[in-house]
Design a protein around this ligand. Structure first.
Ligand SMILES: [Zn+2]
Length: 442
């Protein structure tokens, strides 16, 4: 074995226990009793009471590179990920130029990422009107699935699908067992809602009503029932859609659901006027909605928690909810933000690992990721779960120091992050060059 990590608190799929984790060839070779004496000469890292978590898997990241690399980029995003305990991310197909809607565009994106990523990085493809013939070639080129919008995406080059277009894409994907991931807000409901303008958060919230999510999810579930496509609901905000989703799963439909740190930790009531760093679509809703999302995580209706890190330059966050760019930057903060609220509500580190590592790894079919068990990659986050820190945006690796978490005190300090058996960051400082790999669906 190459090296051994020893901790009093190793988070395994079966629970938290003292253990020695033996690493060989970048993979976990064995999870051994705590007192195991490794062979003479084997380097041992004793983590004491610090927690050894499986490295987080964040399947919802907008790197925006190439094309909008002033907003973020592969170097900065993946360094932020590493500093935050995320060892694998999957990049969204839009906001970059070109969007990842053809194999040629995927090649452009891979060329932009190659040699620059600090964590393992994969790519989603996009399903837009007119690219039906590109879906199978993109699948064969290794994308993990296909993102579609049902309402305007915010960028003209990535238009939404109408119901007929959604049906056609679902039919195509079902033929090769592709995965459809959906931004589910209904355009009709959004058009009939009051339009947002000005600095007041209540007006913005009224412009993105829960019914927009609930109607779009209803449309999606009907499509899944009709076509048999595997589907995933992105960034669920409205708890009103949970009963339909739970019923669909009880019925056996192949549907999974994610939510995001901001929906679980922030509330509409606390957003100050003009504070558009809190703007995202669908929006952060009221405290009671947040409670219902936590209940759905606990009962398994929600499968995973991923960041939807969607940054922009500071000048686009004007203090007007109608015109500001929508997106929340949290790639480096997802782990402590969710843990802060989870521990307060009595959830465990095992829950955290399930929601933020195993769940997203399963979504993307990343069988080498997502758990501390023999055969998986030796990707770890070392966490001091009881220590606190106050978020200083300037100390984050995100390209633009804008975040809704600024000034908040969070529990959970990421001491170090390990990728395939090598420590890549120490207290947020990189220890190596970009050693991440580009991943393909297997
Ligand atoms: Zn997104």
């Amino acid at each position: 074995m190459e090296n051994v990590l020893r901790s009093r608190r190793v988070v395994t799929p079966g629970g938290v226990r003292p253990a020695c984790v033996a690493v060989d060839g970048g993979r976990i070779a064995a999870v051994l009793p705590y007192d195991t004496a490794p062979p003479p000469g084997t380097p041992v890292t004793d983590l004491g009471d610090d927690v050894l978590l499986p490295g987080l898997v964040d399947t919802h990241v907008h790197v925006n590179d190439p094309g909008r690399s002033a907003w973020e980029g592969f170097g900065t995003a993946t360094l932020a990920a590493a500093a935050g305990g995320v060892t694998t991310l999957v990049d969204m197909p839009l906001n970059s130029l070109p969007p990842t809607t053809t194999p040629a565009a995927l090649d452009v994106k891979r060329a932009a990422a190659r040699g620059r990523v600090h964590v393992d990085t994969g790519f989603w493809g996009g399903a837009v009107p007119g690219n039906e013939e590109e879906l199978r070639p993109l699948h064969d080129a290794g994308v993990f699935g296909f993102k579609a919008f049902l309402s305007p995406s915010g960028v003209d080059e990535f238009p939404p699908l109408d119901p007929a277009g959604l049906d056609a894409v679902a039919t195509r994907l079902a033929a090769f067992d592709g995965l459809l991931i959906v931004h589910a807000e209904d355009p009709g409901r959004l058009a009939r809602a009051p339009q947002p303008a000005g600095p007041g958060y209540a007006d913005f919230l009224a412009s993105r009503p829960p019914a927009a999510e609930e109607t779009a999810i209803g449309t999606l579930l009907e499509t899944v029932r009709r076509r048999g496509v595997r589907a995933h609901v992105l960034h669920l905000s409205s708890s009103g859609a949970l009963p339909a989703l739970a019923a669909a799963r009880a019925e056996g439909l192949p549907v999974t659901v994610e939510t995001c740190p901001h929906f679980l930790t922030l509330t509409a009531e606390e957003v100050p006027d003009g504070a558009t760093e809190f703007k995202c679509c669908p929006p952060i809703r009221e405290a009671a909605n947040r409670d219902a999302l936590w209940a759905a995580l606990a009962d398994g209706t929600l499968d995973c928690v991923v960041s939807d890190h969607s940054p922009c330059t500071a000048d686009l966050k004007v203090p007007d909810f109608g015109t500001a760019w929508g997106g929340i930057s949290s790639l480096q903060l997802g782990l402590p933000a969710v843990w802060t609220e989870a521990r307060r509500r009595g959830h465990t580190l095992t829950d955290l690992a399930r929601w933020m590592s195993a769940g997203p790894a399963a979504l993307a079919g990343l069988r080498a990721k997502g758990a501390i068990e023999p055969g998986r990659d030796a990707d770890f986050a070392v966490l001091a779960p009881d220590e606190t820190f106050t978020v200083d945006p300037a100390a984050l690796h995100h390209r633009n120091p804008v975040t809704a978490y600024a000034g908040r005190t969070l529990h959970g300090v990421v001491r170090s992050t390990w990728l395939r058996g090598r420590r890549i960051t120490d207290h947020g400082t990189p220890l190596t060059g970009p050693t991440g790999r580009l991943l393909e669906r297997t």
